[in-house]
Design a protein around this ligand. Structure first.
Ligand SMILES: Nc1ncnc2c1ncn2[C@@H]1O[C@H](COP(=O)(O)OP(=O)(O)O)[C@@H](O)[C@H]1O
Ligand SMILES: [Mg+2]
Length: 315
């Protein structure tokens, strides 16, 4: 019987169907892909998928629970739903300082509004005021302020002074925000990484209108560009081996020739044909299909199957 590969997705219209077609084309009848079908979720039930590509559980807690059960039953879930639940941008930055990957100087700020059901007493461990002199001197202005577990450019602010920061911080309510040094860059890249080893580097212009962001070209040229791309590839693999993501996009801003990791927790990255363009789309569809088939090959029903990053398992 063919091994089943499923994809779980939301509003996307291009990638899921192209992925299904590609797996079925490459699968030779041994591997069959489909949109995951769920008509019930019973504890400890095995719904028989060898592999599931998850594109949506960040927005649907019911799906996240489905995937955790599936992983326990042996399904290889791309990406690890346990780690994805735990992961946060600020922790990722902390990890980079240990891995030797350049990141913008970053601090974490307590939320502007107290979390529900807490009082002043819940914060007796926090100094008021915080050491703002140190913080502002370390980060500098202009700076970026963004949620420590955000995505999709939501609540990302550029602030140009402490006053501006206080004003915008007020709008963020209970979000926990990172304050980060601004990187003024000559080049910017978004980098797909699949299976912690297949890397596709895309020049990206974050300041262009949405439909033109992937139409960017590297300003770095020649030998320098070659060196730069080599470093970016090496950093991308190191980051994903540590975090354990099989399907991720890492963003780098390049300042004075040095790639600085800006955003490296995108486990359901944009893969829409109309956004990333024909060539990038072809790469992600083909390589995602190949990866899913590779993982399906190793599938053993009933054997819990969770790919952890090496920072978790390192002694
Ligand atoms: N430290 C920074 N320096 C310069 N630009 C930044 C910085 N942080 C974020 N940006 C810009 O803001 C965009 C969104 O921030 P990002 O960290 O990628 O958040 P999200 O996860 O919401 O995409 C980035 O693509 C980049 O253009
Ligand atoms: Mg981003």
């Amino acid at each position: 019987m063919a091994k089943k590969i499923g994809i779980l997705f939301g509003m996307e219209d291009t990638f899921p169907w192209a992925f299904i077609d590609k797996v079925n084309e490459l699968g030779n009848g041994e591997y069959e892909a489909e949109a995951v079908k769920i008509d019930k979720l019973e504890q400890g039930a095995d719904y028989g998928y060898a592999v599931i590509i998850d594109r949506i559980s960040q927005d649907v807690p019911f799906y996240r629970a489905y995937l955790k059960n599936a992983a326990l039953m042996g399904t290889y879930v791309i990406n690890n739903p346990f780690w994805w639940s735990a992961d946060e941008k600020f922790f990722n930055n902390c990890l980079m300082t240990k891995l030797g990957i350049p990141v913008p100087k970053t601090v974490l700020l307590p939320s502007s509004e107290r979390p529900d059901d807490t009082s002043e007493k819940s914060f007796r461990n926090l100094s008021f005021p915080l050491d703002w002199d140190y913080i502002f001197d370390y980060i500098g202005f202009p700076a970026y302020m963004k949620p420590h577990d955000g995505g999709g450019w939501k609540s990302v602010f550029r602030v140009d002074s402490p006053e501006d920061m206080w004003l915008k911080l007020k709008e963020t309510d209970q979000l926990v925000m990172m304050l980060q040094e601004e990187i003024v860059f000559e080049d910017y890249y978004r980098v797909y990484c699949l299976g912690k080893k297949y890397v596709h580097i895309m020049p990206y212009a974050p300041t262009n209108p949405h439909h033109l962001r992937y139409a960017a070209e590297s300003k770095t040229k020649g030998k320098e560009l070659k060196e730069l791309l080599k470093t970016i590839k090496e950093y991308t693999i190191r980051i994903n081996e540590a975090l354990g993501y099989d399907f991720n996009t890492v963003e780098f801003a390049v300042r004075d020739g040095i790639p600085i990791a800006i955003d490296f927790c995108n486990p359901a990255p944009d893969a829409d044909k109309n956004s990333v363009g024909e060539e990038n789309f072809k790469w992600i569809v083909e390589n995602a299909a190949k990866l899913a088939i590779q993982k399906a090959k190793a599938y053993k029903p009933g054997k819990s199957n969770v790919p952890w990053g090496n920072f978790v398992t390192d002694k």
